[in-house]
Design a protein around this ligand. Sequence first.
Ligand code: B12
Ligand code: SF4
Length: 396
Amino acid sequence: MQGAGKFCAKCQRGRFISEIASVNAALCGIRVTIMRVMQENTLKNNEPDLVSLAITIKAWGKELGFQDVRIADANADMSGVEEGLFEWLDKAYHGEMDYMAKHGTKRTRPAELVAGTQRVISVRMNHMPPQVKDSWAVINQGDQAFISRYALGRDYHKVLRARMQKLVDKISVEVGPFNYRVFSDSAPVMEVEWAQKSGLGWRGKHTLLLSRQAGSMFFLGEIYTDLPLPVDEAIGNYCGSCTKCIDICPTQAIVAPYQVDARRCISYLTIELKGSIPESLRPLIGNRIYGCDDCQLVCPWNKFAHITDESDFHVRNGMDDVTLMELFRWEKDEFETKLAGSPIRRIGHEQWLRNIAVGLGNAPSSTEVVDALQARLDDQSALVREHVQWAIQQHA
Ligand code: B12
Ligand code: SF4
């Protein structure tokens, strides 16, 4: 007789059991145990619970400071990407970045890097600092130093990896031990490609990932995992016929849509290249002494870029509003102290002076500029001396 019975709280399923009220407590206990085992197995094996796990992971990711978290199938077809990578390497577009050529198909095949990888969880984190001096105002004022916006605060590698580790720790508490590795620009991983496959955004013609919600002013990170989570869909490409990034590039490094010849890119020339900067490119670098943002600054989607929530990425030491001359005066210990924790410190004092010398060579002529350059004519580094001589000639 339904409706008149009593509800068994232990069973938690809302079933009426009036007709079995006489069943003893021991039998009810066994039933509850069986149901619990079934529920646990469901959580481990069944798709619906992986669906809720994926939802939970995304919510936790956002709580931990990522603006978006999405999932791609690590076994997805990467043949075209592999072809693109090898073609890029064959053309020697990677310049002296030997690490780009070193890992073969490990870069495109996650399971070759971390055995058993089933999914790539991609995350993104905004990096635009608040109250930062307008980029174009700095770029157009030749005696100022332009530093890429992402590098004005703390080094992102550690920030992102530590945050992804926290996400992994939370997942472990929920599902028990599982296999994973976290990366952010720290291993042979095609980060933009995985982010694109997961629908975190689409690849712009400058090759960077773009989001309709946030432009491109963010970092990417990944968690390789063996958890067979449900995967997200890629989204469309919203660049249309726009070619602003290609047209603005000061060194014409975007040699075709989706193809950057790194050897011409100012980011490569000022950060990755250890030796002499090709003379033909020096005048085109202007006052960009660490990285370059032009292709992003001009992109219409970056009107949607957001200020970062991370105090780690806030401007340190007024590096958004500083003259080339002031930075050129820093000796090695000042460079190391002032830039402790900054990504800029990685290039070292010698490369730093090399870059600023190029900037000063391109700066408006004045006796102060020439005097500052002359003061470094006897620098202990041959690399610095050569760039200083070039810079002085520009003012002759
Ligand atoms: C090497 C590298 C560089 C090199 C080379 C850049 C490049 N485009 O390859 C240099 C030093 C120049 C560089 C510069 C910058 N970088 Co960088 N860089 C990387 C790194 C380590 C690897 C990129 C890579 O795999 N290149 C290999 C080439 C073959 O790949 P690709 O250019 O993406 O080309 C692919 C497609 O374009 C495709 N393709 C070729 N032809 C065609 C045709 C069509 C029609 C299509 C659809 C595709 C296609 O083939 C290729 C394979 O898929 C990643 C981190 C990582 N591990 O992924 C960061 C990364 C890409 N860089 C990043 C950043 C921020 C920058 C700079 C903005 C820094 C700065 N402000 O100075 C600049 C931007 C310059 C630019 N326009 O790319 C971020 C990008 C974040 C984002 N929003 O996308 C990353 C993801 C680092 C991170 N974790 O945040 N970088
Ligand atoms: S970062 Fe600067 S130099 Fe490099 S591709 Fe973009 S606009 Fe060109």
